[in-house]
Design a protein around this ligand. Sequence first.
Ligand SMILES: *Cc1c(COP(=O)(O)O)cnc(C)c1O
Length: 358
Amino acid sequence: MSNEQLTIIQTENHKQKPDFEHLEFGKEFTDHMFVMDYTTDLGWHDARIIPYQPLSLDPSAMVFHYGQTVFEGLKAYYTEDGNILLFRPDKNMQRLNQSNDRLCIPEIDEALALDALKELIKIDHEWVPKVKGTSLYIRPFIIATQASLGVHPSESYQFIIIMSPVGSYYKEGIKPIKIAVESRYVRAVAGGTGQAKTAGNYASSLKAQEVADEEGYSQVLWLDGVERKYVEEVGSMNIFFKINGEVITPALNGSILPGITRDSILHLLRHWNVPVVERKISMEEIYQAYKDGLLEEVFGTGTAAVISPVGELYWEDKKLDINDGEIGELSLKLYNTLTGIQLGKEEDIFDWTVEVKK
Ligand SMILES: *Cc1c(COP(=O)(O)O)cnc(C)c1O
């Protein structure tokens, strides 16, 4: 990126770095942030990296009232030989634009956004933690900033990228999670915003999550919004089932978020010639497979945990114990391979990683 396109103002007060051995998710932020403005007159303009700081917005800024906002989530990893790698970041910028389209937010220049992100990481490279299992979590997001209570697409926006060093998702080894299948509330319906990464989907998910928490389940498995029969996805993960040797994941139907980890898992499985299908799958079918002793593995996929094995599914008063609450063989192989590629330890056969020059 040329200098006229990106202004850089470095901080004079470097923050104290947190203890990288004991990081909580999304609590500490790096020294700098990326900001770019949009107005109808100028389009996207004034791309800048500035010290991390609070925003100043009019109380009537549209994002507060009608939720016109989108976000992304990706990670940078420190490799053993001292490089910093991003994993398929072009896919995140592409998906940001798909979400933008659904939310009537003007398209961003994906290449410019990726260059700006690399520059931001370069400036804050000391914040990429080196402790095993840790990474730098990156949160790009766009908010509607026009001061107006009218319901219409905003005439101004800010695109911001903030970054947070995060700890190992699995501090004591990979532990399968317990998931409650949600039959009352729904997350999304086809035609809605389910396939966009937008705040509203999360706001509407909190209630079910709260109930599940109280009952000792760490996540909710959403069913389709029409019949409440077919499996969709978990809180912030897509879901896979291994039944009698075949891997099944719900097809992208317009209400499911198209996960980049999901796509990577599909690539790996096909590369290994493991039978895999994307199709509708009902809880009834999963329960039948469980009763027949054919439900071999269940796992979620997402940037945060990469692979999250499921040890128990709770559905309409029935408890399905999966693989004795242990991580399955295929889940473990997928986890090791994908994290291996992300950390530059395994051959990057699909050319997924992007190096950030320091
Ligand atoms: C982000 C997200 C995922 C996972 O997507 P990845 O690109 O794999 O991180 C799955 N479901 C929802 C609802 C999400 O927001």
